[in-house]
Design a protein. Structure first.
Lengths: 308, 308
């Protein structure tokens, strides 16, 4: 299976079919809420990728404008996140297990020694720029080695992860990579990003156990939404939430010189996109919208506790 | 020998004693200038470390406000420099062969596979933060492996180096490391940063051949100069230039959010320092000062031609 664009990968994540598990109670009930509660994780991606992203995301976490975030361990600003985690032990940080290096003029390699994970590298010695070539070339055993190393590095730096996911969906791109992802999550007893939306792809189902937590839906704004439609997209998304648990993925940052250069020639999750997401989630209107729609904000750490 | 601070290392570089070589002509004469010319390389350090540094340095190179610059190959913005080099084939770029990762919350590792250069890494898997511990711990053969890999990476990306030097002077910190530095420079037929100032340290002299180009002096502003003394320091430095060849090392950048975060808690070559250096070298007053003092601006590429 080849997935060449982030959009295709996201679509795949959203379409992962998961059968109803034999849990007798809903996640809402297990967390102590009424069974028909609308639970929402508002999740900021890509911590450690750039200072601009860190600054906006820390601010949004501090304001409870997002409930959770995930960290890219191979990226250069990891120690900035470690310093934040040290000063904010309750921050709900997971790991954005990173097997790609997607930007044009700003790149990174693996955390593991390159000799041990050669299939993860493009010809320039960085991680593959896109999930398509990454998924085609990466050997699952080397992906496993690298993501275990990323988790151990985060633990060593004082960032105990509350959950696991994967930027650009690379670890959801083939059954072999998804197998590695689930296996490692199980080993570390961590919840991970998986959502139940009816679909044909039954292969992946066998990998999940009854104990695994599966989200009811995942929401992320797409490239077809124009800047002037931003507020309406999120307002509609909140009004449309169904009972159950949803993750809303946002990409935060400031539209400044650093992030403009990082996201050069990438309209998706560009610096302007991230500024719009930041402005939106930190706005009083968004807070009011959540209240008016009786949304219950939850964290991955809450879900992690259900696994114990 | 232990050198713990950048200042100590710089002082060491400046004090490297080199005997008079048996060249019958001065460098100025060999370059076609009168023998008593005051030749000056104005050199921007640290390209690829941050977008802010790249943007300011590219601008200064474009304006001929600096003649030369050097690139840190392990840093995340290397491809930004490669793109610039592709569009500016005449830009005088050398390599700032990097064995340290000096900033607090923004770090990088080696280019070589970590397994092959374990002595280059601190406990967190990045390059050593300071030249003192770096010089104490790094095995010369691993330093050689890494700097050869950095040169090969630069060549592969279309950045043919015009010269070699070393950030924080790590490669000048012990005779063993300096030996590696000179050996690699000789192998690639590249000029490198070495300056003749009378001193006791005779050990290093034997490493240089008669063919090597040795600068008469190196000038860099120090931490004791207050912001209000910036202009006067540079004016005095230009007025004091003697006949011969001098490198003036400057650190360029913009005092913006990215560079403030990169240089957190480092007063030396901070973002404000780099903004002052940028403002100074690009000012009309500085250009006038160079003209009034009959300074001849030269490049490392000019010196490189003398080695052929």
């Amino acid at each position: 299976m080849r997935l060449r664009t982030p959009a295709a990968v996201i679509a795949f994540v959203l379409s992962m079919a998961v059968t109803r598990h034999a849990q007798t109670k809903t996640i809402a009930e297990r967390l102590g809420y009424p069974p028909d509660s609308k639970l929402l994780i508002i999740h900021a991606d890509d911590l450690a990728v750039a200072h601009s992203v860190d600054a906006a995301s820390f601010d949004a976490l501090d304001k409870n404008a997002v409930t959770s975030a995930s960290v890219m361990v191979p990226c250069p600003w990891l120690n900035e996140v470690a310093a934040y985690a040290k000063n904010h032990p309750d921050a709900d940080l997971g790991l954005h297990l990173t097997l790609t290096s997607e930007w044009e003029v700003y790149r990174w390699g693996p955390v593991e020694s390159k000799d041990k994970v050669p299939s993860l590298l493009d010809s320039s010695g960085y991680l593959w720029p896109q999930p398509g070539p990454a998924a085609q070339n990466i050997k699952p055993e080397e992906a496993e080695r690298e993501i275990r190393t990323q988790i151990e590095r985060a633990l060593a730096l004082g960032i105990p992860p509350a959950h696991l996911d994967s930027p650009q969906g690379t670890l959801f791109a083939t059954p072999e990579l998804f197998t590695v992802f689930v296996k490692v999550a199980h080993d570390y007893k961590l919840p991970f990003l998986a959502a139940k939306v009816s679909d044909e792809r039954k292969k992946l189902l066998a990998l999940l156990t009854e104990k695994d937590i599966v989200l009811d839906s995942v929401v992320m704004i797409g490239r077809t939404v124009r800047p002037e439609g931003w507020k309406e997209f999120y307002a509609q998304a909140i009004r449309d939430l169904k009972p159950g648990i949803t993750e809303m993925i946002v990409h935060l940052g400031h539209d400044d010189a650093e992030l403009q250069a990082v996201t050069l020639d990438h309209p998706i999750t560009s610096s302007a996109w991230r500024q719009r997401d930041y402005d939106l989630v930190t706005s009083p209107e968004f807070k009011k919208l959540l209240e008016e729609n009786h949304i219950v904000l939850v964290k991955w750490r809450d879900l992690q506790k259900l696994l114990k």
